[in-house]
Design a protein around this ligand. Structure first.
Ligand SMILES: Cc1cc2nc3c(=O)[nH]c(=O)nc-3n(C[C@H](O)[C@H](O)[C@H](O)COP(=O)(O)OP(=O)(O)OC[C@H]3O[C@@H](n4cnc5c(N)ncnc54)[C@H](O)[C@@H]3O)c2cc1C
Length: 252
């Protein structure tokens, strides 16, 4: 939050206008212009950079791009280590990644504020912004279920998917996974924390796109997959996209 506030401060000082609570609901092209409609206003642009995360495929299609992936939302849930037990984790503890599966696996992170978080898992969310288990969007869920790539993915990863669902519902199973990294951890040492939702691009053949997917067109750039460490690397990615924009849009 503080990083975003600092970026906002620097960007607005340089004349950038940031509109919040302005969901793009439709995009129309008129001679030489792109009209992006939001509930309050229509923004007219000559070029478009779409980095809409969980809705990046929707926005790309709105803009008329041919998109060969669909975003499937995966919730990543965390537990927090109780303050009196935080000293059992003094650094960052990661598992060896499974190259078959792009999600990292649960790990333990000491935050800059001194808290210790444990997670995240990777559970299919029933809404793109499904930050809680009970949050269901019938239309978005129907969209996921109607996608061929979802069923191909389910066929490939059903075992892992079922285990993740079970681990989401069972604190014991979650803690067991953490005990592989910190054997001294006990179920009573952790409490439920928050959750985030990964915007995972999935190909029609069911494969999970595990790298950045940035598509450049004559007047638009679409960021269709920005996995971790997309936040840590955001400034470098921003520089890359700025370079791509200068080249593609012939801005030099
Ligand atoms: C549980 C979890 C843990 C993670 N851990 C890490 C980590 O430790 N380190 C790391 O570097 N990365 C981590 N990531 C990944 C990181 O969050 C992403 O790589 C990063 O957020 C991608 O940035 P983005 O700008 O592409 O998308 P987002 O951050 O998702 O931003 C997209 C923005 O677009 C807006 N938007 C969506 N639809 C519309 C629309 N129609 N109109 C207008 N605006 C719209 C959204 O409101 C949002 O503000 C984690 C992600 C999750 C889910």
């Amino acid at each position: 939050k503080e990083v975003a506030a600092a970026m906002t401060h620097e960007l607005t000082a340089r004349g950038v206008v940031i509109e919040t609570s302005a969901r793009a609901t439709s995009i129309a092209r008129t001679a030489g212009a792109i009209d992006i409609a939001t509930p309050r206003t229509v923004v007219r642009a000559r070029r478009l950079v779409n980095c809409a995360g969980l809705y990046s495929d929707v926005v790309a299609r709105m803009a008329g791009a041919r998109v060969d992936v669909r975003i499937i939302p995966f919730r990543g849930e965390y537990y927090m280590i109780r303050p009196e037990r935080r000293d059992i984790v003094r650094g960052l503890i990661y598992p060896v990644p499974d190259p078959e599966f792009p999600f990292l696996g649960v790990h333990l992170t000491r935050t800059v504020h001194g808290e210790v978080e444990a997670g995240p898992n990777a559970v299919l969310a029933f809404a793109r912004e499904g930050y809680r288990f009970g949050r269901v969007s019938p239309s978005e869920l129907a969209g996921t279920l109607a996608y061929r790539g979802f069923w191909q993915m389910a066929r490939r990863y059903w075992r892992m998917g079922s285990y993740e669902m079970y681990r989401s519902l069972s604190k014991g199973a979650f803690v067991q996974a953490l005990q592989r990294l910190v054997p001294a951890l006990r179920p009573e040492d952790v409490t439920r924390g928050g959750a985030g939702v990964r915007a995972q691009a999935v190909s029609p053949d069911g494969s999970l796109v595990d790298d950045f997917r940035i598509v450049a067109e004559a007047d638009a750039i679409h960021v269709l997959n920005a996995p971790s460490p997309g936040a840590t690397a955001s400034l470098a990615i921003g520089r890359h996209i700025a370079g791509l924009a200068a080249e593609t849009f012939d801005l030099t």
